[in-house]
Design a protein. Structure first.
Length: 254
């Protein structure tokens, strides 16, 4: 199985951390950096990236999940912030959008989905995972990556997270050609309990990665697994390979 291996199973596995290895000090520095600038006005979380702040924002083009792997359909992501939220958007080119899962915390990662993994203190061990599919279904959980395995705490639910999806196409209709789907996410900063500062101070750096799974009609031959910062193997759960974001007090438009 490509990734996640068995988050569900892992969630019920009692794991005692063998040692608090200092992963952060052993690992290589991030190879991707992004300066997150401040919004100048409200972001309407409807999935439509119509706000001028998004247009002014530096885009991130996701690449193949491993170095050298190409993707067939492009994904552009952007990030902004204010004192309350980290805003993330994805614009996903997609000629065939499909998705059937409608229950929170279901196995969204087995279908088409966008994802963000957020590791505010950069320990590369404990991070938040958020996923949204084209139907607007949410997967939210806290993940502990230990030397002995992966523990996914699906019971962790965000109370303040807001999300919006906009479709340019029809979900689950292979008879027509779709254009794209877009997601806006507002992640409440006060729920990021491992952040050194809430709200972040200008210059604060967090580790984070952005992903997308494009899996037309469950055809793995045509699948794109993409990432902002490519991972080293077959799992997105590779915090040593997350990128680094830096919060800036500078406005995105000035
Ligand atoms: Ca919007
Ligand atoms: Ca698709
Ligand atoms: Ca949850």
């Amino acid at each position: 199985m490509f990734r996640k291996f068995s988050l569900l199973a892992a969630a019920f596995t009692l794991v005692v951390a063998a040692s608090e290895s200092s992963r952060a000090s052993q690992a290589a520095p991030a190879t991707r950096h992004y300066l997150v600038k401040k919004v100048t006005g409200p972001i309407n979380i409807d999935g439509k990236l119509e706000e001028a702040d998004w247009a002014a924002c530096e885009p991130i083009r996701l690449v193949g999940y491993n170095e050298g792997v190409s993707v067939k359909q492009q994904t552009m992501a952007r990030m902004l912030w204010d004192d309350g939220y980290l805003y993330i958007s994805w614009h996903c080119e997609d000629s065939q959008i499909w998705s059937t899962l409608t229950v929170r915390d279901d196995t969204l990662y087995q279908q088409e989905v966008v994802e963000v993994f957020i590791n505010p203190d950069g320990d590369r061990e404990a991070y938040l995972e958020l996923e949204v599919n084209p139907l607007g279904t949410l997967w939210d959980g806290f993940v502990l990556k230990r030397d002995s395995g992966l523990i996914g705490i699906l019971a962790w639910n965000s109370f303040g997270l807001r999300r919006g999806v906009n479709l340019e196409g029809t979900v689950n209709d292979p008879s027509d050609k779709d254009k794209s789907w877009s997601v806006e996410l507002a992640v409440p900063l006060d729920e990021l309990v491992t952040a050194p500062n809430v709200p972040p101070k200008s210059g604060d750096k967090w580790r984070l990665n952005l992903y997308r799974i494009d899996l037309p009609q469950r055809n793995k031959e045509l699948a794109d697994y993409s990432a902002w910062s490519p991972v080293s193997g077959g799992s997105y759960h590779d915090p040593d390979r997350f990128g680094e974001i830096e919060f800036s007090s500078e406005s995105v438009r000035y």
